[in-house]
Design a protein around this ligand. Sequence first.
Ligand SMILES: Nc1nc2c(c(=O)[nH]1)N[C@H]1C(S)=C(S)[C@@H](COP(=O)(O)OP(=O)(O)OC[C@H]3O[C@@H](n4cnc5c(=O)[nH]c(N)nc54)[C@H](O)[C@@H]3O)O[C@H]1N2
Ligand SMILES: Nc1nc2c(c(=O)[nH]1)N[C@H]1C(S)=C(S)[C@@H](COP(=O)(O)OP(=O)(O)OC[C@H]3O[C@@H](n4cnc5c(=O)[nH]c(N)nc54)[C@H](O)[C@@H]3O)O[C@H]1N2
Ligand SMILES: [Mo]
Length: 775
Amino acid sequence: MSEDQVPGIEPYDGPAGGWGALGAVARALSGQMAIARESIALHKVNQPKGFDCPGCAWPDPKETSSFEFCENGAKAVSWEATAKRVRPEFFASNKVADLWNLSDYALEGLGRITHPMAYDPASDTYQPIEWNEAFRRIGEALRALPDPNMAEFYTSGRASNEAAFLYQLFVREYGTNNFPDCSNMCHEATSVGLPQSLGVGKGTVTLDDFEHCDAIFCIGHNPGTNHPRMLGTLREASLRGVPIVVLNPLPERGLERFTSPQSPVEMLTGTSVRIASTYYKLKIGGDVAVLKGMTKSLLDADARAIAAGMPGVIDRDFIATQTTGFEALADDVAQTSWEAIERHSGLTRAQIEDAADIYAKAKNVIVCYGMGITQHAHGTENVQQIANLLLLRGNIGRRGAGICPLRGHSNVQGDRTVGITEKPNDALNDGIRKTYGFEPPIAHGHDAVAAVIAIREGRSKALVALGGNLAVAMPDTDETFEAMRKLDLAVHIATKLNRSHLILAKASFILPCLGRTELDVQATGPQAVTVEDSMSMVHASAGTLTPASEHLRSEPWIVAGIAKATLPNTRVDWDRLVGDYNLIRDDIEKVFPIFFNFNKRVSEPGGFRLRVAASERDWATPDKRAHFLLAKGLDEDAPLEAHELMLTTIRSHDQYNTTIYGLNDRYRGVSGRRDVVFMHPNDLAARGLKHGDRIDVFATGANAADGKERAVRGFIAVAFEIAEGSVAMYYPEGNALIALESHDRRSGTPAYKSVPVRITSANAMTQTPTAAHAV
Ligand SMILES: Nc1nc2c(c(=O)[nH]1)N[C@H]1C(S)=C(S)[C@@H](COP(=O)(O)OP(=O)(O)OC[C@H]3O[C@@H](n4cnc5c(=O)[nH]c(N)nc54)[C@H](O)[C@@H]3O)O[C@H]1N2
Ligand SMILES: Nc1nc2c(c(=O)[nH]1)N[C@H]1C(S)=C(S)[C@@H](COP(=O)(O)OP(=O)(O)OC[C@H]3O[C@@H](n4cnc5c(=O)[nH]c(N)nc54)[C@H](O)[C@@H]3O)O[C@H]1N2
Ligand SMILES: [Mo]
């Protein structure tokens, strides 16, 4: 079968961006928006007096005067500002059992939820409920639990600092640290790994550093889709002649070449700018091998230089005065063979030495990374090996250099800063005690994996979710859904209907909230919220659109309503705080002194940067030094069997996490479908398969250790220039293959990106896809 005979699969030859992106925006808008709302909305994105884009967490340039075009930002805005509504009449005429049969795409596509809703078991429908009555019932159910640690309070990273701060305050006064959050599935490996290495769990660079760097490494992230505004930054660097080295098992178009829609010349002449100067398609999970190989190569080169009487390659002075652990690292790489490095990385020694050479020749280096690094069974170690590489040449805490984790949700980093953490430290607990006079719970609570396991085992009976789609985002789809059906109480604060809302507890509520694009008016007038981006910049965001329904309330207002109904003797004056968000910010400043002068500083154009100690070479570790930290030996894990492949789960160009905007993945040449598995032609041939064949995918190894069969059936094999031995499919379709127990022991991050599988021709009985809720 030739390639173009597989419906919906046709290689895409264009660059990222360009006219294709403009066309996609036009389609996204025409599909969703009423014209009046549209014309107001897009011009207000990331403007000094507008709202923060609910898309990604990439920062805005200082002078946000011109609208920075971003295809996926436009999709995020139009998806929220849609003219479509899902009203009580619709819920009344559709049983939950019937809604369950709609795809995730169709469910969210119904539009914005307009009324607070409560599930009615007699009719199997959601029915409208008054806000106060909903709060009364939720408060009663939470108070009825014998132990506050039997409730889980999830946060998805869209919540503003103000909403998240009130939420953690309520939950701590209620008495638990059970704070599963989307960060647990995302950059937890960063939050756990970097404090040990550098004393701070955040990136150390700012946008300015990209203007002064001499090399950029992009490891395991896909900015063309997930952080599109970053392409503008990479383009500028490329035009300056900065080498950009990519480590990624897939050829991602956004990392190859980009036509800036902001550049009339590129648009009109059909030219594009190359992004990667070298693109290494390593094996899935091969990052530690590459990083160890680069370290080995640097240390060898250093020894040779010193022997020849030349200056060394590594920064000895920095290492001696500011770090510990170098000797152990040097021993570790000396004992790691090039044979093992090549076998695990899928790259040759010469390629890795070239990468090390680019690193060594650049005075200032930035390493960027995303989920390709964190979502592995050894995600924390992966992150720490990146820190090691940078420390070797003092590439932290100096202009033009540093580490740049690409955060996920637009405020996931801010939520953590204002207290969404299952492991509060003394400073947080003291701040709460001092400010509010109650004793916060000290014992650590549940992260996302621990929360779902506790629910599965019946130890937790209530779930409150501030946004998100927890059941679909988590691994082990069937088990996770089954677990959630055992709950006594499920409360979802949400903008749009999703599958998690349809997994019913004894009492289930959907509480519709304002989105970030919408006007939020409280007792003292219109309010602004604040968010923190990937580079620790905090700025204000004020919605401008008329709310999608008069019954919507803001997240802070809803959290306060639940708090008042749950805590009759509360020490917090909830009404006062919700009436004026400036007062919430005053309280944030009291609990977290890093926010000093919060209201004043956030009113400056562009906001302010929270201090990141490591950016100033102030190492906030116990011994006040940066640490070289070791990863396990490359051969410590059992190797894959010959018949196994390593699967990674990724985002398509038309999705925002579990939100499916459309069924296309333009840059990867897929249209109208999501039931695909990208495979190397040799891996197809080795299994007697052809491009376009129907296949079944079975989990093996850690995801089959409990004896359960986890499988995704009837998908299409797509021949793709992915690294040999590596295969990829979309998330959430792939989540059915992953056991909850398969996660990084140190950070709890699920191993979404290293799933050993066996792939066979589809059983004739299963020609139609299963486990594909998304489409
Ligand atoms: N439009 C849009 N924007 C988003 C999101 C979205 O879904 N849609 N999601 C937001 C969120 S919450 C997040 S966390 C970020 C996610 O942003 P990314 O981290 O870019 O997301 P992924 O699609 O998971 O892709 C990770 C990349 O890692 C590569 N990869 C997979 N396995 C490996 C590996 O073992 N090693 C290496 N080196 N690379 C690997 C994949 O090929 C892919 O290019 O984006 C945020 N922004
Ligand atoms: N296999 C696999 N699984 C993964 C990943 C992967 O790469 N592979 N990535 C993981 C990652 S990085 C993440 S972050 C998680 C994402 O997990 P979540 O954050 O839980 O999921 P989302 O899909 O972002 O949530 C979408 C829902 O959020 C609600 N929503 C949207 N805007 C708002 C708002 O302004 N306020 C409120 N209250 N609700 C709103 C809508 O109802 C929408 O249906 O998934 C994880 N799961
Ligand atoms: Mo994320």
